[in-house]
Design a binder for this molecule. Structure first.
Ligand code: PGA
Length: 250
């Protein structure tokens, strides 16, 4: 099990493949990525969270140039009679180095994850020695009701309630209305929420990523925003050339 490298780099760019990519497609992505111009990754961490079914292919093909992550982990464990669950410890053994937690598709989808559940998962990720990437974000209804600050503050405080303060963390601000919609948040909206998160994370080693309809066309402008330490990329990470172009925007 690899402990999280310290200190955290200046920028972190992660892709989330969600429930996509057969093993053939994943292999093709990795081969294509390796053919693209090499990246100067001093001060930069790059990674992909593939589905569990292709972790082994991904690890074998591109683990030397990309971090590998998982999209979620169990709140149970680290081991035991929990059918269908996968613990952070087992993911670490499979080569995962970071784990996304509390993605809005898990908070708002069939899994209906609460902040309390995310908090328990976060402690499991920290115990396994991996980097937790905590996803937060308000819905359009919450934003329009002027509740963005309180929603983000509650998600952050409650999800971190059991965490170890001395361990580094990544936070991904992903407004729900910007995920997969082609609508990116405005720079001032992103900066305001990143600053709010930054204030609440004071004294803790952290990086704050933005996610929500990131593409090669908007990545470099997003990365230039002062409070943005990186990106979490969904749809555009499914194409190796697009992901490489996004990274080129650093
Ligand atoms: P998107 O997804 O880039 O496709 O909007 C982002 C995410 O869900 O992390």
């Amino acid at each position: 099990m690899k402990p999280i490298a310290r200190p955290l780099p200046e920028k972190i760019i992660l892709g989330n493949w969600k429930m996509n990519m057969t093993s053939t497609e994943a292999r093709r992505w990795c081969e294509e990525f390796k053919q693209l111009p090499a990246i100067d990754n001093s001060g930069l961490w790059l990674g992909i969270a593939p589905p569990l079914t292709v972790l082994a292919e991904f690890r074998a093909l591109v683990a030397d140039s990309l971090l590998m992550g998982a999209q979620d982990c169990s709140a149970l464990g680290p081991r035991g009679a929990f059918t269908g669950e996968v613990s952070a410890e087992l993911l670490a053994d499979a080569g995962a180095e970071f784990i996304l937690l509390g993605h809005s598709e898990r908070r708002r989808g069939a899994a209906a994850e609460s902040n309390g559940l995310v908090a328990t998962k976060l402690t499991a990720v920290q115990k396994a020695g991996l980097l937790a990437v905590l996803c937060l974000g308000e819905s359009l209804k919450e934003r329009e009701a002027g509740a963005t600050e309180s929603v983000i503050t509650t998600q952050l405080q409650e999800s971190l309630a059991l965490s170890q303060r001395e361990l580094p963390l990544a936070i991904a601000y992903e407004p729900v209305w910007a995920i997969g919609t082609g609508k990116t948040a405005e720079p001032q909206q992103i900066s305001a929420v990143h600053q709010l998160i930054g204030q609440q994370m004071e004294g803790r080693e952290h990086r704050i990523l933005y996610g929500g309809s990131v593409t090669p066309a908007n990545a470099s402008a997003l990365l230039r925003l002062e409070a943005v330490d990186g990106l979490l990329v969904g749809g555009a990470s499914l194409n190796a050339a697009s992901f490489r172009e996004i990274v080129g925007g650093v």
